[in-house]
Design a protein around this ligand. Structure first.
Ligand code: RM4
Ligand code: MN
Ligand code: MN
Length: 432
C-alpha cells in the first residue's frame, strides 16, 4: 500500500519553536492581568485542554449550495480519507477526537476495520446520524414527501429501520448517541395535516427509542425550514422538547445554531432546555440569514459567548444531568475544510474559556440590584478579554500547534493529498 502523507509531531514542535517567545510574553502578561481579577490562568489552561468538540465526517469534504459545488483539491473520497483528515485536525488542535458519522454516506464495508482505523489515530465515534432526507441507491420507497412522518406507513417503516440500522452500527463502533434530523414538511398550505404528521413522527420515534441501548441517548434536532419551505414537522425547540418528553429520559433536544429564525434568542432557548433537563447537545456553526452553515464564531461571536455563558453557569452550579454533546456542523464551500474546522474548534473553545471569566458573584449581585448596565459590563469584560494565549498554550501542552493554520499550510498536507487523491470528475450539487 502507498504510504500516506502525515504531519509528524516533530514538525509541529519545530514550528512551535518559532513562536514560543512571543507566546510566553503574551501569556505572562495575561496571567498578571487575570491575577488582578483573582483568576488563575493555569486553571483556564487545564479547562481548555480538557474541552472537546466533535467533528462531522461530512464537514471534511467541500460543501456546496443548491446552485453549485466547487470541489477542493485532495478532498477525501471515502470515510477512511475523512478519518485521515480528522486525525490531522486532531494533531493540530488536540480538542477534536470525536467524529460523528452520517449513514449511509459513511457506511463501512467492514465495521471492525473502521473501528480500529479510527482507534489507531486517537479518534472515536460520537453521535450517529441517520439520513432520510434524500433517496439512496437500493432504497425501495422514496422520501420525496417525507420519512418518519410520512402519510404512508411503509415509508415510515423503511425510515424507522434505517434509523435502527444506524444504532446497530453505532453500537459496534462504540458510539453512545443517535441524532435524528428529518426534512419532513410541506411547501404549501394544506399540503400536510400538522397534527397528524407530528403524531406519525412520534409513533416512528417510539420504535427507534425502543432500539436504544440503556446507556444511549437520542437527540432530536429541530429546524424551522429548508428543504421544506412552508412547514417543517420538527420546526422548533418547543416541538422538540415536547417530543423528547413524550419519548422518555433517553431523548433530548439538539440545538443547531443555524436552525432558528433570524434574531431568535438562542442563549435563552439553551437556558430553558437546561432548566427542563432536556439539553442534549449542539451543532455549532454560524449564520447571517438561514442555515448558512458558516464557521462557528465567524458572524456572531457574542452570541456564541452568551450561549457558553449559560453552559458554564450550568456547569458551575452542577445542574443535575447536565451533559451536552458538543459538535460542529458546518459546510465548507470555499475554504479548506481542515482550516475551517481548526479555526471553528478554536472559536468554540474560546467562547468556553471567555465564559469562565464571567464574575458570577458580581453578576448575581447586579441582577439582584436590577443594575442592567453593570450586568452587561460584567459580561463584556469577559467577552473582550483576549484569551488566545491560553488557547495556544493549552494546545501546545497537549502536543498540538501554537498556530494550527500556519503549521498546516507549511506542512504541505493538502498538496500531498491532491497527489494521493485525484479528484473524480463529477458535477455535483447540494450540501455534500
Ligand atoms: C441538516 C442538519 C443535520 C445535518 C444535515 C447534513 O441541515 O443540520 O444536522 O446532518 O443538514
Ligand atoms: Mn445540524
Ligand atoms: Mn443544518
Amino acid at each position: 500500500m502507498q504510504r500516506k502523507f502525515e504531519i509528524d509531531d516533530g514538525f509541529i514542535a519545530e514550528q512551535n519553536g518559532t513562536l514560543e517567545a512571543w507566546i510566553d510574553e503574551d501569556y505572562e502578561h495575561l496571567a498578571k492581568a487575570l491575577r488582578r481579577r483573582r483568576i488563575d490562568i493555569e486553571d483556564l489552561v487545564s479547562k481548555a485542554q480538557s474541552f472537546r468538540v466533535a467533528v462531522p465526517s461530512w464537514g471534511l469534504g467541500t460543501g456546496g449550495t443548491r446552485f453549485a459545488r466547487f470541489p477542493g483539491v485532495g478532498e477525501p473520497r471515502d470515510v477512511y480519507e475523512k478519518l485521515e483528515d480528522c486525525a490531522t485536525l486532531l494533531k493540530l488542535v488536540r480538542s477534536t477526537p470525536g467524529v460523528s458519522l452520517h449513514i449511509p454516506w459513511d457506511r463501512p464495508e467492514d465495521v471492525n476495520e473502521l473501528f480500529s482505523f479510527a482507534r489507531h489515530r486517537g479518534l472515536y465515534f460520537e453521535a450517529m446520524n441517520s439520513n432520510t432526507f434524500q433517496d439512496h441507491a437500493d432504497q425501495k420507497l422514496s422520501y420525496k414527501f417525507g420519512s418518519l412522518a410520512h402519510s404512508d406507513p411503509d415509508v415510515r417503516r423503511q425510515a424507522i429501520e434505517h434509523n435502527i440500522e444506524c444504532i446497530e452500527l453505532g453500537k459496534q463502533l462504540g458510539s453512545k448517541a443517535h441524532t435524528v434530523w428529518i426534512a419532513d414538511g410541506g411547501n404549501f398550505p394544506g399540503q400536510q395535516h400538522f397534527r397528524k404528521t407530528l403524531e406519525n413522527y412520534l409513533e416512528s420515534m417510539r420504535e427507534i427509542y425502543k432500539a436504544l441501548p440503556d446507556d444511549w441517548r437520542v437527540f432530536i434536532e429541530h429546524k424551522f425550514y429548508e428543504p421544506a419551505f412552508y412547514s417543517t414537522v420538527i420546526n422548533d425547540w418547543g416541538t422538540s422538547y415536547y417530543c423528547a418528553r413524550e419519548l422518555g429520559p433517553k431523548a433530548a433536544c439538539l440545538v443547531d445554531l443555524g436552525h432558528h429564525a433570524p434574531n431568535v434568542n438562542i442563549e435563552m432557548i439553551v437556558a430553558r432546555l437546561i432548566q427542563f433537563g432536556k439539553l442534549g447537545g449542539f451543532h455549532f456553526n454560524d449564520s447571517k440569514y438561514g442555515d448558512d452553515d458558516l464557521d462557528a464564531g465567524s458572524i456572531k461571536p457574542f452570541q456564541l459567548f452568551l450561549i457558553f455563558n449559560e453552559l458554564v453557569d450550568a456547569e458551575q452550579t452542577n445542574v443535575p444531568g447536565f451533559d451536552p454533546a458538543y459538535m460542529l456542523d458546518q459546510s465548507h464551500n470555499i475554504t479548506d475544510p481542515i482550516e475551517s474546522l481548526a479555526m471553528s474548534a478554536i472559536e468554540v473553545t474560546r467562547a468556553y474559556i471567555q465564559a469562565q471569566l464571567v464574575d458570577r458573584f458580581a453578576l448575581a449581585e447586579a441582577q439582584d440590584n436590577c443594575d442592567a448596565l453593570l450586568a452587561l459590563s460584567i459580561l463584556k469584560q469577559a467577552f473582550t478579554t483576549d484569551v488566545s494565549p491560553i488557547l495556544a498554550v493549552a494546545r501546545q501542552r497537549s502536543g498540538g500547534a501554537l498556530d494550527p493554520i500556519a503549521t498546516y499550510r507549511a506542512s504541505g498536507y493538502r498538496r500531498a493529498k491532491a497527489d494521493e487523491r485525484p479528484t473524480k470528475l463529477e458535477a455535483t450539487v447540494g450540501i455534500v
